[in-house]
Design a protein around this ligand. Structure first.
Ligand code: JHZ
Length: 392
């Protein structure tokens, strides 16, 4: 494993601080990113225990953005037409934006965060509040294996890859389909989106790495969609190698070639990314400090896990960004980890007192711009660091 990026001492990305705890010492860890020359896997170096991150206080809800709700709805319709969804499993069901498009009798969710599992259970969806592993897979598939297993933005959060895929092998029907959706390493590098790395994102997958890993578990990718969600993701359609009924789509090879052409199999590509990340840090801090010197008011939009990496790596705090707006109830009236910038409840029109708005949720730029067209019309401007720091 070769370490190529050092993002400094970072707090836990989703550990928003209560006002009464502001003076308490925060847990921090060294965030650095590595490349494995053998299997091309990119992962963070210091991996925290899962219980520290995914527990009954987990603040992130996928349903907070219309973009994600729409994406899950569109995908559900598509896969219902293409595959057998009579017996579906979702690993990491969060607050249910995927599940809710399915018949309650035909889908089971796995969600280790109690506060989230409670939400889907209350809506009548069977939700198992446990971490995904082989024992759990055996238990739930004893009578009937799953025809479809779906998991979005979850597998990149689980350290033990071998246990993930062994468990999937146990639970998946011989003719079943596994669909995985996670941020694309290629897009992350192209966009200089170093904020895709934080404690929860243990891996950012490429197709070339995933292909190598899957081979070990007798699984293979038969189709790929490049989606726009979360700043550019890949949706991998996977089957058991022995299932010859499904043909491999040409776009699998196309994606592999595209990634190789960019150099995702070479350490030099990652070293070049690191150089760009350092420049990005310098430019963002310069831009923000220049605006502050001109007495401009900057606030933040979307107190994301990604923002935690940017704010702490660039050493930005409330002197630079006055506060953040967010719609998530668990985050409101708390403070961002490390930078200790306050998070306020978003209300329509509240942007009008700011000159500039830093896009913490840059991945939802289109949705946010549509919502804030009056702010833009009246001269308000957004700041982003993706793909390079600038005023939009
Ligand atoms: P968003 C989380 O990362 C954590 P984050 C996790 N590790 C992961 O992988 C991804 O999600 C999928 C707010 N918002 O999705 C809601 C508004 O306030 O970019 C959210 O707090 N107004 C599981 O946190 C945040 O922004 C809006 O109009 O980086 C978005 O967070 C919109 C659209 C969002 O994920």
């Amino acid at each position: 494993m070769i370490k190529f990026l050092d993002l400094g001492n970072q707090p836990l990305a989703n550990s928003y601080i209560k006002r009464v705890d502001l003076k308490k010492k925060e847990k921090k860890f060294k965030l650095s990113v590595t490349f494995n020359k053998k299997n091309y896997l990119v992962s963070i170096l210091n991996i925290l225990p899962k219980e520290m991150m995914f527990n009954e206080k987990y603040p992130y809800k996928s349903s907070e953005s219309n973009t994600m709700k729409n994406s899950f709805k569109k995908l559900s319709n598509k896969i219902k037409n293409r595959f057998n969804t009579e017996n579906t499993l979702e690993i990491g069901s969060n607050d249910g934006p995927f599940m809710k498009n399915f018949d309650k009798r035909k889908i089971v969710g796995i969600e280790p965060c109690k506060n989230l599992a409670r939400i889907t259970r209350a809506k009548g969806y069977k939700t198992i509040c446990k971490y995904w592993n082989v024992d759990l897979a055996k238990k739930i598939s004893k009578k009937k294996k799953f025809k479809l297993i779906y998991s979005a933005n979850t597998l990149s959060h689980i350290k033990d890859i071998s246990s993930i895929f062994k468990a999937i092998d146990v639970a998946l029907d011989e003719e079943g389909v596994l669909i995985l959706e996670d941020p694309s390493l290629l897009e992350c590098l192209k966009n200089n989106a170093y904020d895709q790395f934080y404690c929860e994102h243990i891996y950012v997958f490429s197709t070339i790495a995933l292909k190598e890993i899957l081979k070990k578990y007798e699984l293979e990718i038969f189709d790929i969609e490049n989606t726009k969600t979360h700043g550019g993701s890949n949706r991998y359609y996977i089957k058991k190698i022995n299932n010859n009924k499904i043909k491999i789509n040409k776009n699998v090879d196309k994606n592999l070639k595209k990634e190789k052409k960019y150099g995702l199999h070479r350490i030099s590509t990652y070293k070049a990314f690191t150089r760009r990340v350092k420049v990005s840090k310098l430019r963002l801090t310069k831009l923000i400090k220049k605006l502050i010197n001109k007495k401009k008011i900057i606030i933040g939009y979307g107190a994301t896990a990604k923002s935690c990496t940017v704010l702490n790596y660039c050493k930005l705090n409330k002197k630079h960004i006055k506060f953040f707006y967010d719609t998530t109830s668990f985050k409101i009236n708390k403070f961002l980890p490390g930078s200790k910038i306050e998070i306020k409840k978003y209300k329509k029109l509240t942007l009008k007192d700011a000159d500039y708005v830093y896009l913490g949720a840059w991945n939802f730029k289109n949705e946010i711009f549509k919502k804030e067209k009056d702010f833009i019309k009246n001269g308000g401007r957004f700041i982003t660091h993706v793909p390079s720091p600038r005023i939009l």
